[in-house]
Design a protein around this ligand. Structure first.
Ligand code: NAD
Length: 511
């Protein structure tokens, strides 16, 4: 996709910025991704640029303004100045702005989907089916949810009093998101934060900044007041850490790796910031002999390999009851071998490219570790070089491994790529023990037709989400998050509105 235009700027500075950017950047013919601060697109004070790669070709296709601490300060000041006006709007007025943003994305649906695919490596059809519709839903969901909230009231007996809870926005909040579901997760944080009256300093991953740059254009198009949302680009060290460390930013909603989450917790806790941390996973899929095998097979192929396995909710460890293990494995591998890998712009590609060269190398290294640990590769296990324009892209064949103990590195560490391991089990207790044996606890999938077993195992599994006979079936009203090293706090529905507000108890004596 050719993108030679600059972000729209209603202030008329567009041309000036374009020329400044061209003069100072190493490759002036590429699209330049700029910050969105105080309602305008602007370059970083650093005057430096980061390369932005297209994973499918391995080539630089745009440049990202390389944000630094002073940009965070500019964004913070803009957000702070916008807070009194934005927080004083009625819920209907804020809702109206969010709906307009959703409509604005929808109007440019095709452009957003193509951009997400080019930037992330996922197939365009998937961006159209999942990422962009969900980003639109995120804005619409929270825009309408704030119109239907209620507050608990308690009537105290003696002495008589009425207690009720007021909920106020926090002020300026920080939202930091990863590269796997770029706009989907970015909007999942921004929408509730804005809906309840906060102003936001947000950072997408430097690996996938493009759709957040398009979102900035939409915000300008729909007239979102200046400073309400500020989007900064740059590395985790330069921008992310400075958002986390900023004393004026009252809360951090973060989705990303457990390692970064640990840094954020350590840094933000002494400042008493509110924290929501959505972190890594090593999700188990337990297939009992009494399941609907056809459904389990079909869905498990998707739960292992959709989005190149780069969904935090993907099932990466499959525990299969021994009585069906052999046949299930044979059928599973046969289906995986039919998955098509290739150009993400081709609708016949089920699997696209991995998001970055670094991640591609990491996943290949994990496959080598699995072999060193004695694993048998049943299919995949190698990089793929499609013919034509994608020959230098970062593609890895969907990989199925068996023969590994549940305690080995491969079955304990998050790989976050198109790699799944298969492990037989005999009893429910054994399956549970192995499923719970990692430091993670994000999502789990159970396949069984036995309702009693489904309830029993769901209650015992250490996980924030359990899907029974399905996967990735999401209802935006439900609490979303992980246990153990998969995170702290919950997003989604009223949980998100609670996170982004502070409750205040008001007690009125009645007699
Ligand atoms: P990451 O932690 O490297 O980066 C995530 C974001 O944090 C990026 O925007 C990055 O620039 C920023 N960042 C990096 N260092 C920072 C620092 N010191 N301070 C502040 N911000 C910093 O994660 P990633 O590699 O982009 O994403 C993959 C990870 O995200 C996987 O572990 C995956 O499981 C996890 N994830 C979790 C969920 C969930 O809901 N639990 C959803 C999606 C992805």
């Amino acid at each position: 996709m050719e993108r030679n235009h600059q972000p729209a700027d209603t202030t008329g500075k567009e041309e000036i910025m374009k020329y400044e950017a061209e003069a100072q950047s190493p490759n002036s013919s590429l699209y330049h991704i700029l910050h969105y601060i105080n309602g305008e697109c602007s370059q970083s004070d650093s005057n430096e640029w980061l390369d932005n790669y297209e994973p499918a070709t391995g080539k630089v296709y745009s440049l990202i303004t390389k944000g630094i601490k002073s940009d965070v300060e500019r964004a913070y000041q803009a957000a702070r100045n916008a807070f009194p006006l934005w927080s004083a709007l009625s819920a209907e007025e804020r809702s109206d702005y969010l709906i307009r943003i959703a409509d604005g994305i929808e109007r440019r649906f095709e452009e957003f989907a193509i951009a997400e695919s080019k930037d992330q490596g996922k197939p365009v059809w998937l961006a159209k089916a999942m990422d962009i519709p969900r980003a639109i839903s995120n804005f619409r969901f929270f825009a309408t949810e704030i119109l239907h909230t209620s507050t608990p009231t308690y009537v105290t007996d003696s002495p008589k009093a009425l207690n009720y809870t007021l909920r106020s926005p926090l002020g300026v909040v920080g939202c930091i998101s990863p590269w796997n579901l770029p706009l989907y997760l970015f909007s999942w944080k921004i929408a509730p934060a804005l809906a309840v009256g906060n102003t936001v300093v947000a950072k997408p991953s430097e690996i996938t900044p493009m759709t957040s740059a398009l979102l900035a254009e939409v915000c300008i198009e729909v007239g979102l007041p200046a400073g309400v949302l500020n989007i900064l680009h740059g590395t985790g060290q330069d921008i992310g850490a400075n958002i986390v460390e900023h004393t004026g930013i009252k809360a951090i909603s973060f989705t990303g790796s457990t390692r970064t989450g640990e840094y954020i917790a350590r840094t933000a806790a002494p400042m008493f910031k509110k924290l929501s941390l959505e972190l890594g996973g090593k999700n188990p899929v337990i297939v009992f002999e009494d399941c609907d095998i056809e459904k389990a097979l079909t869905t498990s192929v998707r739960s292992a390999f959709l989005n190149q396995g780069e969904i935090c909710l993907c099932g990466s460890r499959m525990f299969i009851q021994r009585s069906i293990y052999e046949q299930f494995t044979k059928d599973f591998v046969q289906r995986v071998k039919t998955l098509t890998i290739g150009d993400p712009s081709d609708d016949s590609s089920f699997i696209g490219a991995l998001a970055s060269k670094e991640h591609f190398d990491k996943v290949l290294n994990h496959i080598r570790i699995a072999q060193d640990e004695g694993g048998t590769i049943l299919c995949g296990g190698t990089a793929i070089q499609p013919e034509g324009r994608c020959s230098e892209g970062w593609f890895i064949a969907p990989t199925v491994i068996e023969g590994l103990d549940s305690s080995c590195t491969t079955n304990q560490e998050e790989i976050f790529g198109p790699v799944v391991t298969l492990i037989p089990f005999d009893t429910e207790e054994e399956a549970l023990q192995m499923a719970n044996s990692t430091t993670y606890g994000l999502a789990a999938v159970l396949w069984t037709e036995n309702l009693t077993r489904a309830h029993r195992v769901s209650a015992q599994i250490e996980s924030g989400i359990v899907w029974v006979n399905c996967w990735l079936l999401r209802d935006l009203r439900t609490p979303f998050g992980g246990v153990k090293n998969s995170g702290v706090g919950r997003e989604g529905g009223t949980e998100a509105l609670r996170f982004f507000t502070e409750p205040k108890n008001v007690c009125i004596k009645l007699d």
